[in-house]
Write a protein that binds this ligand. Structure first.
Ligand code: PLP
Length: 412
């Protein structure tokens, strides 16, 4: 462990001073991270949902180096380039028909900021400036910037320190925590009472990620979209975690073919190589919005767009549905039985996502030490020990993750 790291570097969501241990990674290949203590661990996290093809993939490496020889970056104001054009075309083709305009950003949180700004400016330009609030379901996570924080779950602890500064929005019951009908009536009542000042609803489709790793009935999306339409509220889907196959559909919205007015993509967009995100919307909304006052320095970075193009090609030309179905089957057969363990509150599995919720908070440092001894990298938080492995993981490698989970749970 590096002392300089310990004393000078802030890690995400980590305590300072006296932070928990960090492990130094020397290199990574396939589904493995090579640590500097000669440990080779199977990565069960895909570097936070993103490295869907694993690490050091020759095709993705080549996409970056080929683009690097042409240009690594140019500003996007007044200039354009082939990697961005190709990527925008692909995203417009792959997503619902109504989504025709693409705004590239440099991270998922910023893609959410852009989505919120589009919704506000849309209603402003339609002469309805009172529509400046948002509505969302509890248990959500949309990023760590201010607009995004304001629509994250207000109670799960991540951002409550800032609650005094954040704008107050409407939080309704989540279909992942109460019955769908109860969640829908809460939504309907809140929209009836307040839609005159609500610009948009934002939510993660089917799987709520960092806000609690919960799964809900996709039918909720259809009914919520209809309610939003009836009350003149735009419908934003945040597929930053779920996009590009993770749940078993290319996009989770495809479970019910719902058309959002605005869609956010990120994380696996570049196969985990570079930071890049995108916000898509319709002709009607973009034409009403007109000029959007937003322009990140590294907007549509050519290296990132090139590797995104290569990653999407690789995904679509692979048997990804079979891979994810196999992962889901193994997660089901290996983890379901944990439901009867005394300290397990719930087991949730969908696609290439396996979640074990304990009855108590997990000692992260202890859990990680035990897991690394088993040759596995996972990053538990709160009561949750979970995996979302690269899609290319073999049965044997996945079994090493599930075996480690089962073993570690007994000791937590
Ligand atoms: C990770 C995530 C974000 C934020 O993306 P960053 O790239 O970390 O800024 C937003 N929404 C969802 C659903 C996410 O999972």
């Amino acid at each position: 462990m590096s002392t300089f790291d310990q004393t000078h570097i802030w890690h995400p969501y980590a305590k300072v001073p006296n932070p928990a241990s960090t492990y130094k990674v020397l290199s990574a290949d396939g589904v493995y991270l090579n640590l500097d203590n000669d440990k080779r661990v199977v990565d069960g996290m895909s570097s936070w949902w993103s490295a869907i093809h694993g690490y050091n993939h020759p095709t993705l490496n080549k996409a970056v180096t080929t683009q690097l020889d042409r240009m690594s970056h140019v500003m996007f104001g007044g200039l354009t380039h082939e990697p961005a054009i190709t990527l925008a075309q692909t995203l417009v083709e792959l997503t619902p028909d109504n989504l025709t305009k693409v705004f590239f950003t440099d991270s998922g949180s910023v893609a959410v900021e852009v989505a919120l700004k589009i919704a506000l400016q849309y209603w402003h330009n339609k002469g309805q400036s009172d529509k400046h609030k948002f509505i969302t379901i509890r248990g959500g996570y949309h990023g760590d910037t201010f607009g995004a924080m304001s629509v994250c779950d207000p109670d799960n602890g991540m951002h409550h320190l800032f609650s005094g500064v954040l704008p107050k929005h409407y939080f309704v019951k989540s279909p992942s925590m109460v019955a769908m009908d109860e969640a829908l009536s809460d939504l309907e009542e809140t929209l009836k009472a307040h839609s005159s000042n609500i610009a948009a609803m934002i939510l993660e489709p089917v799987v709520q990620g960092a806000g609690g790793m919960r799964i809900y009935n996709p039918q909720y999306l259809i009914k919520a979209k209809t309610l939003c339409q009836q009350h003149q509220v735009l419908f934003i889907l945040d597929e930053i975690a779920t996009g590009f196959g993770r749940t078993g559909e290319l996009f989770a919205l495809e479970y019910v073919d719902v058309e959002p007015d605005i869609l956010c993509l990120g994380k696996a967009l570049t196969g985990g190589y570079m930071t890049l995100a995108a916000t898509l919307t319709s002709d009607e909304i973009s034409n009403t919005v007109g000029t959007l006052m937003h322009g990140p320095t590294f907007m549509a970075n050519p290296l990132a767009c090139s590797v995104a193009n290569a990653s999407i090609d690789l995904l679509l030309n692979s048997p990804w549905q079979d891979n994810i179905a196999n992962i889901e089957a193994i997660l089901n057969s290996e983890l379901s039985s944990l439901r009867t363990e005394g300290n397990v509150a719930d087991v949730r599995i969908l696609g290439a996502i396996g979640v074990v919720e304990l009855t108590h908070d997990i000692d992260i440092e202890k859990a990680q030490q035990l897991l690394i001894e088993q040759g596995v990298w996972l990053r538990p938080y709160g009561k949750l020990l979970y995996t979302m492995p690269p899609f290319i993981i073999s049965k044997q490698e996945l079994l090493s993750i599930t075996t480690a989970i089962k073993m570690v749970i007994k000791q937590l």
